[in-house]
Write a protein that binds this ligand. Structure first.
Ligand SMILES: Cc1cc2nc3c(=O)[nH]c(=O)nc-3n(C[C@H](O)[C@H](O)[C@H](O)COP(=O)(O)OP(=O)(O)OC[C@H]3O[C@@H](n4cnc5c(N)ncnc54)[C@H](O)[C@@H]3O)c2cc1C
Length: 277
């Protein structure tokens, strides 16, 4: 049970959503945008989050699109569920990544926007977007703006108060590039990642982002330069592990030493798997 009362809004347009947010704020209330609700509800139940109003964005048509625009970019609405993305198979790497988050029942509820804006540190769906250099379309009271995901997502999705993610736009060529996805967990297949990587190969160069390795998901040019450099696979893996060494997570899922070991093996695995692709 959620131990507090809150108002529920389900706007039909982006403008209506941001207007409601603004109005509620001006009344001294704390509104939140609500998408799949999996995180908001579970956190509200245990008192980790309190809000006066939930603004459900699922009725807004732009948040539900799954289409190609006139420039042949793939457009994915932020309120699409993980299972809708996987089943569409339009962005195979994103589908694969989404298909390894939680279980199938939860994947039918969790949304792309909710995962990207999640307070949970993993936010695994950002990995394919970082490598594909997707763009995020954000609605605020002033209208719509588009940002490179690599700018607006810096450790977390940095949205201005009152704005929300509407959709993600991805170049079709990147969305269809050869890819790799590796998710290592402590015990069970369905679990938070000890380490996840989900990258692509473009123009002979590998792009390799990580979740679970540090306290936020990231893509690093320094790591990719080493990855694509010469030297044996083992040498490259050692160098990469050294560059992130200080920031590697150390928690009950795995010590930093163990994560470093998993990282090196993962890099060698990626290099071997992708060498002839
Ligand atoms: C059993 C289980 C296992 C999980 N395992 C993993 C895992 O392995 N890896 C992983 O990455 N995640 C995992 N998660 C986390 C899960 O992905 C998040 O709970 C999910 O991301 C929340 O999505 P939602 O659509 O339900 O968001 P909601 O609960 O609706 O919202 C979550 C947050 O995002 C904000 N928000 C939602 N939509 C938008 C938007 N369009 N624009 C701006 N802000 C928005 C909300 O205000 C809220 O702060 C797991 C969750 C569960 C329940």
């Amino acid at each position: 049970m959620i131990p507090f009362d809150f108002e529920y809004y389900r706007p039909d347009t982006m403008q209506e959503a941001t207007d409601i947010f603004r109005q509620l704020e001006s009344e001294g209330k704390t509104p939140v945008y609500y998408s799949g609700g999996t995180e908001l509800i579970s956190m509200a139940r245990v008192g980790n989050v309190i809000f006066d109003a939930a603004i459900d964005i699922k009725n807004i048509p732009e948040c539900r699109v799954l289409e190609y625009d006139q420039d042949n970019n793939l457009v994915l609405g932020s309120a699409l569920t993980l299972s809708e993305i996987t089943e569409s198979n339009q962005f195979p790497l994103l589908g694969k990544t989404a298909g390894r988050i939680a279980d199938h029942t939860m994947q039918c509820k969790i949304t792309l926007g909710g995962n990207l804006a999640s307070t949970i540190i993993y936010r695994e769906t950002v990995l394919p977007l970082l490598t594909a250099e997707s763009r995020a379309v954000v609605a605020s009271h002033d209208g719509l703006r588009e940002y490179p995901i690599n700018e607006i997502f810096n450790q977390r999705l940095n949205l201005e108060k009152g704005s929300f993610l509407v959709k993600i736009v991805t170049n079709r060529g990147f969305a269809e590039s050869p890819y790799f996805h590796i998710k290592k967990t402590k015990n069970e297949k369905i679990d938070y990642p000890l380490l996840t990587t989900a990258g692509i190969k473009v123009g002979g160069m590998l792009r390799i982002p990580f979740s679970g390795l540090c306290s936020y998901p990231f893509r690093s040019m320094q790591i990719e330069n080493i990855l694509n450099d010469t030297g044996s696979f083992e040498e490259r893996a050692d160098k990469i592990a050294d560059t992130v060494s200080e920031n590697i997570l150390n928690d009950t899922s795995g010590s930093s030493e163990y994560r470093k070991f998993v990282l090196k093996n993962t890099i060698i695995n990626v290099l071997e798997t992708m060498k002839d692709v």
